[in-house]
Design a protein around this ligand. Structure first.
Ligand code: 5BU
Length: 474
């Protein structure tokens, strides 16, 4: 039997078992509707369930690569189960309410961060039920970007899902289903027309546009972070009221520790270039970590890894510095390709880890192009639990509010140094360019009184941030 015939057979069966009814009905929200669907009854008809799963499999799943399937509770659960068995693809179950005892898990099943998960649903009107499931999966670090459904009521759900980066495909649109029923004389042409008119006049409200990253306060963004270091950094910023990252570009370990003793309380992050220190010892790291603990800041080693994965893994875990043992996060180029992220992700000796991926640079004449930046952001999306954020200069570089924009090249006055560094002001980088954490090096380190200068930077940067989240930007 052709696929077209099978679809027709399904439509007629759904009509026969009263899964689709015509007349005067009330929806959940109290609106009158001339058509009503209740696919829950299919559990009483194994032949129909089998037909649905065969069609969904042949149309959408056969040639798809995904690691997981997840049905939207509850009607789609048996369909997802049949598909999981047929496709030999593992399945996840989303709880509607988190358990009040035990693990409090919302998503049940075994999965890895970054696994792609295909959503299965019966009927889509506004798309809100699919989105609830998508959001819970995304919070767990899963990729949920595609949904397959039995019926699209054509009331705006497909567009709402696309706004939220979920592509939806359906076995039938409502128009197609009506046409089959009219053709087979199950309903009159007039009823068919009335239903189609009704649906085009009663559209679901458009889902709210995604929350704009730069307007959300750090404490809210902490909850959206999928990397543990990003979450910690958002929390520290909110608690200490500072978004200042000090770049301690000094070559003496005692000078670094002395400086941090004075300014550590004013910063959320300390950025190191460990290989410029001339008297490096492991004792230095011990003391640095103690300061970080006592004064509540994180450590970013600005190593800018840029080699093949195997070499980067050695650079990260071995040698003199053993960066993985003490750096909360490291910087890394995307240039060599994904292997570099796989390498950093595979290291096993770390308690918490993060990566700031370089999407843009502050120096004049750097060779990064808009395409490179875009590809970098795409690459990062595959490693949600690893990526802390991006080192970048522009607000539109990425959208995800759970990631952090780290912006270097900042001083109180805009200027340049003699080797190509370009400085923008705090106002410009925070209010116009979307910086979340602001890197200041020589602006503080080379000042006559670094401590009072750090306080000036901290206060100025925080004022700009407060202005930004209050939405009062001019
Ligand atoms: P400065 O003294 O504020 O210019 O120091 C800036 C620091 O940030 C310095 O350690 C650089 O290595 C680092 N940096 C940068 O300036 N520009 C970039 O695009 C990147 C890092 Br990525």
């Amino acid at each position: 039997m052709s696929n077209e015939k099978k679809l027709e057979e399904l439509a007629l069966n759904l009509f026969k078992i009263d899964a689709v009814k015509f007349g005067d009905f009330m929806t959940k929200s109290g609106i009158k509707t001339p058509v009503y669907f209740d696919l829950r009854v299919i559990v009483s008809y194994p032949d129909i369930m089998e037909l649905i799963s065969v069609l969904l499999y042949d149309f959408f799943i056969k040639d798809k690569k995904c690691e997981q399937l997840c049905g939207v509770p509850y009607t789609a659960l048996p369909i997802a189960t049949l598909l999981s068995v047929k496709a030999k693809t593992s399945m996840l179950m989303r709880r509607k309410e988190a358990k009040s005892y035990g693990t409090k898990k919302v998503i049940e099943g075994h999965y890895k961060q970054g696994d792609s998960c295909l959503i299965i649903e019966d009927v889509v009107t506004s798309g809100s039920s699919v989105l609830e499931t998508v959001n819970d999966l995304r919070k767990e670090g899963l990729k949920a970007e595609e949904a397959i459904v039995i019926l699209d009521r054509e009331q705006g759900g497909k567009q709402n899902l696309a706004t939220n980066n979920v592509q939806m495909q359906s076995l039938f649109t409502m128009t197609e289903l009506i046409n089959i029923l009219v053709k087979n004389k199950k309903i009159s042409e007039q009823i068919g027309k009335d239903v189609i008119n009704y649906l085009s006049n009663v559209q679901a409200p458009k889902s709210a546009p995604e929350l704009e990253r730069v307007l959300l306060p750090y404490e809210k963004r902490a909850k959206l972070a999928t990397n543990a270091v990003a979450k910690q950094l958002f929390d520290i910023m909110a608690i200490k009221k500072t978004n200042l990252c000090l770049s301690v570009d000094l070559t003496s370990s005692t000078k670094i520790l002395d400086l941090l003793e004075k300014v550590g309380e004013h910063v959320c992050l300390v950025k190191t270039h460990i290989d410029i220190i001339e008297d490096y010892t492991s004792e230095f790291i011990l003391q640095l970590k103690q300061l970080a603990q006592r004064l509540n800041f994180l450590i970013l080693e600005d190593r800018k890894y840029a080699d093949i994965g195997n070499t980067v893994l050695l650079q990260y875990s071995k040698g003199l510095y053993k960066v993985e043992q003490w750096a909360d996060s490291v910087t890394c180029h995307s240039l060599p390709g994904e292997g570099i992220l796989k390498a950093l992700n595979s290291s096993t000796n770390v308690i918490s880890r993060g990566v700031f991926l370089l999407a843009e640079m502050s120096s004049e004449g750097n060779l990064i192009t808009p395409d490179y930046t875009e590809a970098t952001v795409k690459m990062a999306a595959k490693y949600p639990e690893l990526i802390t954020g991006f080192v970048c200069q522009k607000k539109d570089t990425f959208k995800d509010p759970g990631l952090i924009q780290l912006t270097p090249g900042v001083q109180l006055e805009s200027s340049k140094d003699e080797l190509g560094q370009v400085y923008n002001t705090p106002e410009k980088v925070i209010l116009e360019n979307g910086a979340d954490v602001i890197v200041v090096g020589r602006g503080i380190v080379a000042a006559k009184n670094p401590e009072s200068q750090a306080i000036i930077y901290k206060d100025t940067l925080w004022r700009c941030y407060m202005k930004r989240v209050s939405g009062k930007m001019e």
